[in-house]
Design a protein around this ligand. Structure first.
Ligand SMILES: [Zn+2]
Length: 408
């Protein structure tokens, strides 16, 4: 069959397509975010250099971090929103695109989403919160990196006795480089990484929402497939489909693991092995039987036949026969209750055994018949009439049941 031979390559194609789709969306949005980040670097550089100018006179002697760090902190603070706001908007946008692709890829239509209680749009609270928090974290990271660049430049300048103008030019050049230097400036690397990372995070959040709504999900690592993939990430892919809450062999929960990682994470509804499917079916069956049993038992108060028994001790004169009748009725009903318990434990043993289906059906019917008879006997014992008459009726009920059972 040709079809069978096509399934594996077709699956690989569709899987690889997930990463291709991500990278296309990143490429489309990259320019906008890169421009904003680039402008933020330039503004930050201008702010920093302007205040650093106050140290010009001091520069002939010595400058230490305590002198310039306050200026840096102020520049970072005053340029914070220039980084943060475009990042937050772009991240939220990509989160929703990523999650939307995941939900669509699983074939979950809008009405089914509604049934599952998932609203995947720009107002999704988890996505909004992630974008807000993650953008702020990334701005802090970007600024930490910039500060350490500045630190080494200024240390070098002091050590080597640079003039203030030389240092100022070097710092200005460095910020220009962050903004637009070379063919892959820092502003572009930030934009590309954050967009791709947000797309992947959108996949993850949406998959988790589906899982919370009751769909069992699993995930798989997809590498770029060339010889530049680090060995530990090759191992991640080799692990195949794993539980969504389990870490990959490298310890990562999803990809990209860092800006150098080109891996993607795939998600799908959990595929059960034939054995897992069988186990699940059996579990459902057992739960159904348990439910039926509980129903039956609740219908009949089998807690005690104590009310039938006469008061303890010897019977008063003239009541000997009544005492004997009451004990006999209680004993008869108790025997039947015990018998029913035996049938039930037999049913317990049959559970999970497919070939015992027929025996289970019979035992279930017997339990139901017996429950009805016990129920009737208890009602008779509790009702009006002489005890010797009730004893006859109760005996009759169980004899009738055993006669009809034998006939079958
Ligand atoms: Zn990787």
């Amino acid at each position: 069959m040709v079809t069978v031979d096509l399934i594996a390559p077709l699956t690989r194609f569709l899987e690889a397509n997930a990463a291709i789709r991500r990278d296309k969306l990143v490429a489309k949005r990259r320019k906008g975010l890169e421009t904003a980040v680039s402008a933020a670097f330039q503004k930050q550089g201008r702010l920093f250099l302007r205040s650093l100018g106050q140290l010009k006179g001091k520069f002939q002697e010595s400058v230490n971090p305590a002198d310039w760090i306050p200026y840096w902190n102020a520049a970072a603070r005053d340029s914070k929103l220039d980084f943060n706001d475009p990042l937050q908007v772009a991240i939220l946008d990509m989160l929703i695109l990523g999650g939307g692709d995941l939900i669509a890829g699983l074939g979950i239509a809008a009405d089914e989403q509604e049934e599952l209680g998932i609203s995947w749009n720009l107002e999704n609270p988890r996505a909004v919160e992630y974008a807000r928090q993650h953008a702020a974290e990334q701005v802090t990271k970007i600024n930490d990196t910039t500060r350490s660049y500045l630190n080494s430049m200024i240390s070098q300048a002091v050590d080597e006795g640079w003039s203030y103008d030389r240092l100022s030019d070097a710092i200005g050049a460095r910020f220009t480089e962050f903004a637009a230097g070379g063919d892959n400036p820092r502003s572009r690397r930030v934009a590309v990484y954050e967009l791709g990372d947000a797309y992947e995070e959108g996949n993850r959040i949406a998959a988790k929402e589906l899982q919370t709504a009751g769909l069992e999900m699993e995930k798989k690592a997809l590498t770029a497939g060339d010889d530049r993939v680090r060995p530990s990430h090759v191992d991640n892919a080799a692990a195949g489909w794993i539980d969504i809450d389990e870490p990959f062999p490298s310890g990562d929960m999803r990809f990209p693991a860092d800006p150098g990682c080109r891996c993607a994470t795939l998600y799908r509804r959990k595929q059960l092995t034939p054995e897992e499917k069988r186990q699940r079916e059996l579990r459902r069956e057992r739960e159904e039987i348990d439910r039926l049993f509980r129903q039956e038992l609740e219908q009949t108060d089998t807690s005690t036949t104590g009310f039938i028994l006469p008061p303890p001790g010897r019977a008063p004169r003239g009541q000997g026969q009544e005492y004997a009748d009451r004990r006999a009725i209680a004993a008869r009903i108790n025997t039947q209750i015990k018998f029913r318990a035996q049938l039930q434990s037999k049913l317990d043993r049959y559970r999970g055994q497919k070939n015992r289906r027929y025996e289970m059906d019979i035992a279930t019917t017997r339990v139901q018949e017996l429950t009805k008879a016990i129920d009737n006997a208890l009602q008779i014992a509790d009702g009006p009439g002489d005890w010797d008459f009730k004893r006859e009726l109760v005996n009759g009920i169980f004899e009738y049941l055993s006669a009809t059972t034998r006939r079958q």
